[in-house]
Design a binder for this molecule. Sequence first.
Ligand code: FE2
Length: 173
Amino acid sequence: MPNTLEKVASKAMGTVKAAKAGLQGLTGVFMHLMQEHGEVSALIKRVALSDDVDVRRELYPTIRHELLAHEKGETDALYPVLAEYPETRAIAAKHAQEASALEAAIRSVDAVDFGAAAWAPAFKRLADLVTSHVAEEEKDFFPIAQETMGEERARGLTGRFEAAKRSANDGSY
Ligand SMILES: [Fe+2]
């Protein structure tokens, strides 16, 4: 579990990202997703910049859970909606591929002991994938998705996303 300072830093980064979403004109589920991107990115950065095994042991389970639950929420509640529209259908297909790659990267980290030399490179691969996935969603996917579905539907999807996320079970991936 993150300590208080890490939680505060994570929440702060989430708030910054939500504000950025607002400036970009994103709302509803898209603003919520950007906030979560900020929160998990702060934790990932904390781990990537440290070689302390205790930091890995404390924070990786939270990062892992957050990434898997976030992707499950998106995959169940958001991207099927995007698959409905011709304008965003290709995005939904691309996201499915990227979510699988993310899951594979998580499995690679899971397979290594926290103290092993291979842990940092495996975690770096995951961190780099998350960074590029998040950048693509925020710059390319979300703006066109919101424009296509409209603000009202974007707002309505937040609750569905949260429910899908809560139903995530880490063991099932
Ligand atoms: Fe995603």
